[in-house]
Ligand binder design. Structure first.
Ligand code: ADP
Ligand code: GLC
Length: 475
């Protein structure tokens, strides 16, 4: 199959969260299965890589406000995998992907209309006729809309479109004045079959309406988003399209996240010998200025957003710290959580280590050096860190929601610690169970062993996407 994969971030070139990781790994896994894959993403100003070279082609997109042009750059990864970068100085050469300190960029509708329509034009420029158009999240939402409305008579028109929802809460809402601004016909401004959402425009809704198939990143989240509680006001539409919707659990990049080869770590280790993990743990404590200790170390690496339940953690941690645990956090995001974490560190300086910022190396060290990795999420479409943790012999402590519920279980054959209610008492009890597990070396080792033996490689997930694509094409 010829597959066009479009995403607003692609690891290792750009990343704010798990979307980047997935876009960096799934296309490669599909290419390894023999498919011809092209990935399209913006050339953000932060991307510097000598392997990225001009294709000699450029894009030219006409909007009512003017014509936008930019070169098309390329990185050929393998005979079947090419990354295409849309260069546009005005749109992408700035600090931050979606916004900066003062908030979301005011021209995101233009920036991501350019990505969505530009990806289709890139196919034409390169004479690439995909069978599958695979888009991700709201930033690429206009692509399936444009595809269904503007390309039917063309070679591209025969392609099937697939939307993957990584996070239903981010939808790309804009005022209705962007309809004429972007040249979107007013008949699309309609709530039943178009992009209208509470008198505004919703890019994700457009993609849900117009894509041939919908996926989300875990089976549990696929069910949850069809309910009013987790449906972010799109549950009615998702129920209407439930026959087109499925959940495919993300894989992880097992080369990047491999404790046996991880170059970010002071020592490496595998399932048979955890001596290297102890060295990582010692280095983690040292890096965060904490003294060596036998007390259990709880870690997080997270976007500091409402979704992640940092507030619940901040409520419960003082009690657990009084009982002696250590806590380390790497995160960036909302000020209220940054303040909360810093206040906690000020109160328990010998027990808490905080790094505010984005640091890939440190995130690997937290995965390897912690005893427990905590994810008390309000909701979690998939979550990748719990899978990284399992691979690193670090016990995930998670709330049973979305992909966390699909990957972590407690009990006799368990691999982690799981709580259900988003309540302080439930998290407190889970931390107590984690401490009891830590005190029982044999049981702890068995949990670690089971986690480290699990296979979360992309291969199985890529085959599920392959099956979905094949079934769409045979329709
Ligand atoms: P989400 O996409 O909702 O943020 P995921 O668990 O899917 O959650 O993926 C988050 C990814 O981003 C992981 O690879 C995680 O290690 C990484 N990450 C998040 N915050 C940071 C940070 N401050 N520094 C380094 N990596 C981070
Ligand atoms: C989103 C979700 C996260 C998921 C990631 C990759 O950012 O919040 O749960 O793992 O996308 O699909």
């Amino acid at each position: 199959m010829k597959i066009l994969y479009v995403a607003s971030e692609v690891t290792p070139f750009s990343k704010t969260g798990g979307l980047g990781d997935v876009a960096g790994a799934l296309p490669a896994a599909l290419a390894a299965l023999g498919h011809d894959v092209k990935v399209v993403s913006p050339l953000y100003g932060s991307i510097r890589d000598e392997r990225i070279v001009p294709t000699g082609q450029s894009l030219e997109l006409r909007f009512p406000f003017g014509t936008e042009r930019g070169p098309l750059q390329s990185l050929r990864v393998s005979p079947t995998l090419e990354l295409l970068f849309l260069e546009h100085a005005g749109y992408y050469d700035r600090e931050g992907l979606y916004g900066d300190r003062s908030g979301e960029f005011g021209d995101n509708h233009r920036r991501y209309a350019y990505l969505s329509l530009g990806a289709l034009q890139a196919c034409q420029r390169l004479d690439f006729t995909p069978d599958i158009l695979h888009v991700n999240d709201w930033q690429t939402g206009l692509l399936p809309v444009a595809h269904k409305r503007g390309f039917l008579g063309t070679a591209l028109g025969r392609a099937k479109s697939v939307l993957t929802i990584h996070n239903l809460a981010y939808q790309g809402h804009f005022g209705k004045q962007i309809m004429p601004e972007l040249g979107l016909p007013w008949d699309l401004f309609n709530a039943d079959q178009g992009l209208e959402f509470y008198d505004g425009v919703n890019f994700l809704k457009g993609a849900i309406q117009f894509s041939d198939a919908l996926t989300t990143v875990s089976p549990t989240y696929a069910r949850e988003i069809q309910s009013p509680e987790a449906g972010a006001n799109l549950d009615g539409l998702l129920r209407r399209r439930q026959d087109a919707l499925s959940g495919i659990l993300n894989g992880i990049d097992v080369e990047e996240w491999n404790p046996e080869t991880d170059g970010f770590l002071p020592a490496r280790y595998g399932p048979e010998d955890l001596a290297g993990k102890a060295a990582c743990r010692a280095e983690l404590l040292r890096r965060f200025g904490l003294a060596p200790t036998d007390a259990p170390v709880f870690g997080i690496v997270s976007r500091l957003a409402w979704q992640k339940g940092v507030d619940l953690l901040l409520e419960v941690l003082p009690g657990a710290l009084e009982q002696g645990i250590r806590f380390v956090a790497v995160g960036s995001g909302e000020g209220r959580y940054v303040d909360g974490l810093q206040a906690l560190q000020a109160r328990y300086p010998g027990q808490v280590g905080i790094f505010i910022g984005f640091d890939a190396g440190l995130s690997h060290l937290v995965e390897a050096g912690s005893d427990f990795f905590v994810m008390p999420s309000r909701y979690e479409p998939c979550g990748l860190n719990q899978m990284y943790s399992l691979r690193y012999g670090t016990i995930p402590l998670v709330r049973a929601t979305g992909g966390l519920a699909d990957t972590v279980s407690e009990g006799a054959e368990g691999n982690g610690v799981v709580f259900h209610d988003f309540q302080p008492d439930a998290l407190r009890a889970a931390i107590d169970r984690a401490r009891a597990l830590y005190a029982d070396a044999g049981r702890l080792r068995a949990f670690q062993r089971r986690g480290m033996a699990q296979d979360f490689s992309w291969d199985a997930s890529a085959r599920r996407y392959e099956r979905l694509f094949t079934s769409l094409l045979s329709e």
